[in-house]
Design a protein around this ligand. Structure first.
Ligand SMILES: CC(C)(COP(=O)(O)OP(=O)(O)OC[C@H]1O[C@@H](n2cnc3c(N)ncnc32)[C@H](O)[C@@H]1OP(=O)(O)O)[C@@H](O)C(=O)NCCC(=O)NCCS
Length: 315
């Protein structure tokens, strides 16, 4: 267990988020306290941690693949933590671990294997493609290191208007329309991600009025339909400011630039801090608008899937 945690920690040092770090610490602790307990004994993630496969030579763990059922009662399984010790790469270890994983999913009656890979990781992507995985969608983080010194200009032919906090349904409906069918298959947009209740609306109004908490939403309508929107949340604590851009596919290429410019204008005057935008990597015009404004991709993840067939049990 500890060796697996050490391998994952070393290979994915740059990428592990806060959640991943606590899981790793836990694996390391469990490994230290009781090297004999094995993978399934870790208390904190007993709920959804199922197991996986390791490649062992001598007493060294040289490779790992983690397997988790995505949802109880569902048929999707997530493959993650695919890692091989650098000196042992290129010898077929990852392929063997992946084949065992697919076989195990079939054995458990699973219907799909899903995973995520960074778009800037061609070796891993090639491995998954060679096993029959296909693209689902891309989600990523783009980061602007600091707020621009000068306010970005706004195009006059794309009139934007402030969106009331409580009119969240139209933003939710826009987010649903902006999501591809495949992305919806993976994780449909939830109303709760957009819902603004009375209390939050009041909090935002007071925050905006006092300048302590500044959330702004701007959008562009065409024939009464919200075509695109940008939401910004200014941080007063030194954390990154946030920007979220949404565009209806029929409006692609028309309003992304003005929306990003409006978002940055909304953040102007906030304390110096980077701006983080979470965005769909499949919306090329949105990515182009962010990058034209100086945002750089930080971590863009491609989700992939593969159907499981009964014959996979024999892999
Ligand atoms: C990706 C990784 C797991 C591959 O492990 P590996 O044991 O070297 O892979 P294998 O030897 O089983 O190779 C399987 C396939 O992967 C692809 N592949 C592996 N290394 C590659 C490389 N350097 N360049 C291109 N393709 C490569 C090939 O398609 C290969 O099949 P082939 O040998 O028939 O051409 C390993 O490089 C690694 O641990 N990388 C760092 C962690 C990581 O990126 N994990 C994936 C996270 S999504």
């Amino acid at each position: 267990m500890r060796q697996v945690a050490d391998l994952i920690g070393a290979v994915f040092a740059d990428e592990i988020d806060a959640d991943g770090r606590s899981v790793l610490q836990e694996m390391q602790t469990v490994g230290r306290i009781s090297p004999f307990l094995g993978g399934l004994m870790s208390s904190g993630f007993l709920g959804d941690f199922v197991g996986g496969f390791v490649w062992i030579e001598g007493d060294r763990v040289l490779g790992n693949v983690t397997l988790q059922r995505v949802d109880f009662g569902g048929t999707r399984w997530r493959i993650s933590n695919v890692a091989v010790v650098p000196a042992y790469r290129g010898r077929g270890i990852a392929r063997a671990l992946m084949l065992s994983s697919l076989s195990e999913i079939a054995h458990q009656g699973g219907g799909w294997a899903v995973l995520q890979v960074r778009v800037d990781n061609p070796p891993a992507k090639r491995l998954y493609e060679s096993l029959g995985f296909t693209d689902v969608c891309q989600e990523g983080i783009w980061k602007l290191s600091s707020l621009p010194d000068r306010l970005p200009a706004l195009a006059t032919d794309a009139p934007l208007q402030p969106l009331p906090a409580l009119a969240w349904r139209s933003r939710f409906e826009l987010a649903q329309a902006a999501q591809s069918q495949l992305a919806r298959w993976l994780a449909p947009v939830e109303a709760s991600q957009y819902q603004v209740g009375l209390l939050q609306g009041l909090g935002e109004a007071i925050g905006n009025w006092t300048g302590f908490y500044r959330v702004q939403r701007w959008g562009s309508y065409e024939d009464g339909i919200l075509m695109g929107a940008v939401e910004t949340a200014a941080s007063l604590t030194g954390d990154a400011h946030r920007l979220r851009l949404l565009v209806r596919p029929t409006g692609y290429g028309l309003i992304e630039g003005p929306l990003v410019a409006q978002g940055l204008r909304a953040l102007a005057g906030s304390p110096p801090a980077p701006v983080v935008a979470e965005h769909s990597g499949d919306h090329a015009e949105g990515v182009a608008a962010l990058e034209a404004a100086g945002f750089l991709p930080r971590r863009v993840l491609l989700s992939m899937r593969r159907p499981i067939v009964p014959a996979d049990e024999l892999l």
